[in-house]
Write a protein that binds this ligand. Structure first.
Ligand SMILES: *Cc1c(COP(=O)(O)O)cnc(C)c1O
Length: 393
């Protein structure tokens, strides 16, 4: 049996995969088993933030593996302390809970928000509703699927978790209407600044301001799901900085540790002590390998020069995209890029790009790029040349 046959024999078929077996990588280039090379504009859905096998990152992970790889959370480790310190100081948060994925970071945020209101207003108040947005994506566990505001995900697995109410993104009237309908029952509003899986759709400044204004009136926590938008992706350490707001809770995952599993739920002074001993946990949470990788990512991303480069490269992408006739428009922020096409089908383009040696993603009807944050100009240009040839022919 070859790799793909063996794979399909024993791995559940939950993903639509291309017939490509990736074996190794360096920088922004992935190498397949058959010798073919690919420029990667997807970086493992925004996880390989420093590309494949960045040498500083790989050195840190290898050194950690040779020192101590895991301890459980019955003990302290220096590497977790250092990572938490770096993460909190570079983002401006007080404390963090570590998990292993975006869904887990969001589960933590949901539990934290509910307990915040439970502790403060009592069980009988039933202040447990979390408002989320239509077209959002928050993860694949039952709670985060329940939070996800897309009907396509609400299938098969009934019953889903109660207590989620959806508001249309960028519709302030709808937000106000739902808050007044459920007055006194809402403990949090949860949102992505740019809806990633929903099709790279940014919130407007006006709507973001309305969320913070309305939540402040009734002690409702704000939860920013920055699992995809965080850690430099949009051209800032957190996208909340671009919008000039400070959510009570921010969740991170994807690119945070450069391609090893990690999730983080950051909380501010107001709610960072809500989750107390034995109310939450995760065996692998704060794993030393993830913390070692994460420190390397944060050291780079918290450098203003690195951020400036992200924004310059984002401009280069947009400039080159504007030279493609088939491109109708470009959405997103920084290196989180959604491309609207005039006539062609995104999924067909994805396949054709792969044939020509370029890996991209799609989101709804758009092409989506989440390239490594340190992608070279040369590879941006080479990838865009492949795309232009496919789109304009
Ligand atoms: C990817 C993603 C998640 C889920 O993260 P997993 O690591 O797959 O659990 C949650 N929220 C957003 C915004 C995401 O993009």
């Amino acid at each position: 049996m070859n790799t793909i046959e063996k794979f399909n024999e024993h791995v559940m078929a939950t993903y639509g995969r291309l017939d490509i077996v990736l074996e190794s990588g360096k920088g922004q280039t992935a190498n397949a088993e058959d010798g073919k090379q690919y420029i990667d504009f997807g970086s493992g859905i925004g996880t390989n933030s420093l590309g494949y096998c960045d040498s500083d990152w790989a050195d840190a992970i290898c050194a950690q593996a040779r020192s101590i790889q895991h301890t459980s959370n019955y003990y302290y480790t220096k590497v977790q302390a250092d990572f938490a310190d770096k993460l909190c100081t570079s983002t401006g948060y007080k404390k963090v809970f570590f998990g292993n994925s975006g869904a887990e970071a969001n589960e933590c945020a949901i539990k934290l928000a509910r307990k915040y209101s439970f502790d403060k207003y009592g069980k009988d108040a039933e202040r447990n509703i979390i408002i989320t947005l239509v077209n959002s994506f928050h993860g694949r566990t039952l709670a985060t699927l329940s939070a996800t505001g897309q009907d396509v995900f609400h299938n098969y697995f009934f019953p889903f978790l109660e207590g989620f109410v959806n508001v249309e993104a960028n519709n302030t009237d709808d937000l106000k209407a739902k808050l007044s309908q459920y007055k006194g029952k809402v403990c949090a509003v949860m949102f992505e600044f740019v809806q990633g899986e929903g099709g790279v759709c940014p919130l407007t400044q006006e709507f973001v301001d309305a969320i913070f204004e309305e939540c402040a009136k009734d002690d409702i926590l704000t939860i920013a799901d920055e699992v995809q938008t965080g850690v430099g992706r949009t051209g800032a350490i957190l996208t909340s900085k671009i919008f000039g707001v400070k959510p009570n809770i921010t969740t991170l995952a994807k690119g945070l540790a450069g391609g090893v599993p990690v999730g983080a739920c950051l909380a501010d002074e107001k709610c960072c002590d809500v989750l107390t001993k034995s109310t939450h946990g995760s065996t692998f949470g704060g794993n030393p390998l993830a913390c070692a990788g994460g420190q390397v990512v944060l050291n780079k991303v918290s450098d203003p020069e690195f951020i400036k480069e992200i924004n310059r490269k984002a401009e280069l992408f947009r400039e080159l995209l504007s030279q493609i006739d088939e491109v109708e428009g470009v959405d997103g922020l920084g290196l989180m890029i959604g491309v609207r096409l005039k006539t062609k089908k995104a999924s067909d383009i994805l396949t054709k790009c792969a044939e020509k040696g370029l890996l991209i993603l799609t989101a709804k009807k758009k092409l989506r790029f989440l390239p490594p944050l340190n992608i070279s100009d040369e590879n941006i240009k080479a990838g865009m040349a492949i795309l232009k040839e496919i789109l304009d022919n």
